[in-house]
Design a binder for this molecule. Structure first.
Ligand SMILES: NC(=O)C1=CN([C@@H]2O[C@H](COP(=O)(O)OP(=O)(O)OC[C@H]3O[C@@H](n4cnc5c(N)ncnc54)[C@H](OP(=O)(O)O)[C@@H]3O)[C@@H](O)[C@H]2O)[C@@H](O)CC1
Ligand SMILES: [K+]
Length: 454
């Protein structure tokens, strides 16, 4: 399955220009967009009285077209506008709307609110009066529909330039934009519907989709399925969870290397005291090495991380190891899995407004694939390829889930996926397992649910 592209505002404009140059007039693109909005709103909300708010640009143009199609369906539609569109397709769409247009200040609330004020052309926050008006009309509506994006959302970063109401449905065009998946905006979009308007979309940023993981064949054995070694440390529970994550993500062999003898369950995880870590890591059968969960941050932890890096094994560097790593460039295949706090500690001067760009900068600098965790996890490779996870379960915000993720990614590396693909596969499995685990789950339960998602 090819990955779904995510286009920035500039990439979307370029794609639109290519479509226009290829013979599709902008008026036709807008007609398809507005028709798509009307159909989606109709299906979602039914025949309720509707208020459409139209801005001065093409997002407003889509609004006029949608109003026309909704009226054709027999719906009671009112339009309120923020000034007249000056020229082009939006002006033509305004002219084709036969009904009255009032100012936003005069608009009366309706059960369905369609926000066609601003889309990818938003250049600054809404002024206070307009933001307050949008908020009160949204508050008074039963169903709120955003055209392309909720107005006030910055397309490329997902930042809210002003207060933005919560929408029930967002109808976008051609493909997703970063703000549909990045927080805080993603949480305000509601259900997202993509309308095909005849634009070809390709981009170096994609949506993380279900990985194509073949089941073991009759010829496979535990080593071909992948050996994941996890380095234990000060907090054994965390490395145990990483090992459990690796095992339930399908690794053929999981080895927990510990400083002192310990007995634990499950028995299938092999526990070994590694007095000489470098020697233990010289085992060529190790397909991936997970270091960091529960490692601690003392001198012994530093030595363990150094041994892991010098081993040349493919690495997943998580948790405490991210604090010990410092600004070094890695040469062996490696995946770093920082959450926000760890990212800031590791890359204090990477400050780009977009989380995607921050992840790309960190990947380029470290030479590693970055899994920048959060409610909107970004995976980025040193060559700028990047991918965004779909909406994550809010119940993932509990202790130990990151350790499970590190183990799952380790299993993907050990089975032979390249680091960028392994990171995405691990993130997808982890997100899907969380959905299946339901509410208030323990990280141990989350690990067990990984098996159901393979
Ligand atoms: N790309 C495609 O293929 C297709 C795109 N389509 C649609 O077009 C949309 C993009 O259209 P767009 O470029 O005209 O921008 P849009 O979002 O309407 O806003 C620009 C206007 O708003 C103004 N303005 C901005 N911020 C403001 C503020 N805070 N407060 C006040 N004013 C503000 C800005 O003025 P200025 O910044 O110049 O002062 C300008 O007048 C896209 O989201 C999709 O819905 C479809 O029709 C189908 C094909
Ligand atoms: K909008």
């Amino acid at each position: 399955m090819t990955a779904r592209p995510i286009l920035t505002a500039a990439e979307m404009r370029a794609a639109e220009e290519r479509a226009i140059a290829g013979g599709t007039p902008v008026e036709l693109l807008m007609e398809r967009a507005g028709f798509g909005v009307a159909e989606a709103a109709w299906r979602f909300a039914g025949p309720l009285k509707t208020l459409v708010l139209c801005g001065p640009g093409n997002n407003g143009g889509d609004g006029y077209v949608a109003a026309r199609y909704l009226a054709q369906r027999g719906m009671d539609v009112r339009v309120a506008a923020l000034g007249e569109p000056k020229a082009g397709a939006a002006a033509a769409a305004r002219a084709a709307w036969a009904g009255p247009v009032v100012s936003i200040d005069e608009a009366r609330p309706a059960p369905i609110l369609v926000d066609a004020l601003f889309g990818t052309g938003l250049s600054r926050g809404l002024n206070n009066a307009l933001a307050a008006r949008l908020a009160s009309l949204a508050e008074a509506a039963r169903i709120r529909v955003a055209v392309d994006l909720p107005s006030g959302v910055e397309t490329d970063t997902g930042a809210l330039l002003t207060g933005v109401p919560r929408f029930d449905l967002t109808v976008t065009f051609a493909t997703l934009k970063p703000a549909h998946l990045l927080q805080p905006s993603a949480a305000l979009c509601g259900r997202i519907v993509t309308v095909d308007i005849g634009i070809e979309a390709q981009a170096p940023l994609t949506v993380i989709g279900r990985p194509a993981l073949r089941p073991p064949s009759p010829q496979d054995h535990k080593y071909t399925r992948g050996l994941v070694a996890v380095i234990g440390g000060a907090m054994p529970g965390a490395s145990e969870l990483a090992a459990l994550g690796a095992a339930h993500a399908g690794a053929g062999y999981v080895l927990l290397l510990e400083a002192e003898p310990r007995f634990g369950q499950p028995h299938a995880i092999v526990r070994r005291v590694a007095a000489d870590l470098a020697k233990a890591l010289a085992d060529q059968r190790i397909g991936a090495l997970v270091v960091g969960p529960g490692l601690g941050r003392d001198a012994d932890a530093g030595k363990a991380l150094q041994a892991a890096i010098e081993s040349g094994r493919a690495l997943v560097i998580d948790g405490d190891a991210l604090h010990l790593l410092g600004p070094r460039r890695l040469t062996a295949p490696a995946i770093l899995t920082p959450h926000e706090g760890e990212f800031r500690a590791l890359f204090p001067d990477v400050k780009h407004a977009s989380k995607v760009e921050r992840a790309r900068a960190a990947a380029a600098r470290s030479g590693a694939v970055i899994v920048y965790k959060g409610a909107d996890t970004v995976v980025a490779a040193p060559d700028r390829r990047a991918a965004l996870a779909g909406e994550a379960s809010v119940w993932l915000s509990t202790a130990g889930t990151g350790d499970v993720l590190a183990g799952a990614i380790g299993a993907m590396l050990a089975r032979g996926l390249a680091p960028f693909e392994a990171a995405q596969a691990g993130v997808w499995l982890h997100g899907e397992a969380a959905r299946r685990a339901g509410k208030a789950f323990l990280a141990d339960d989350l690990a067990r649910h990984l098996s159901d998602c393979l």
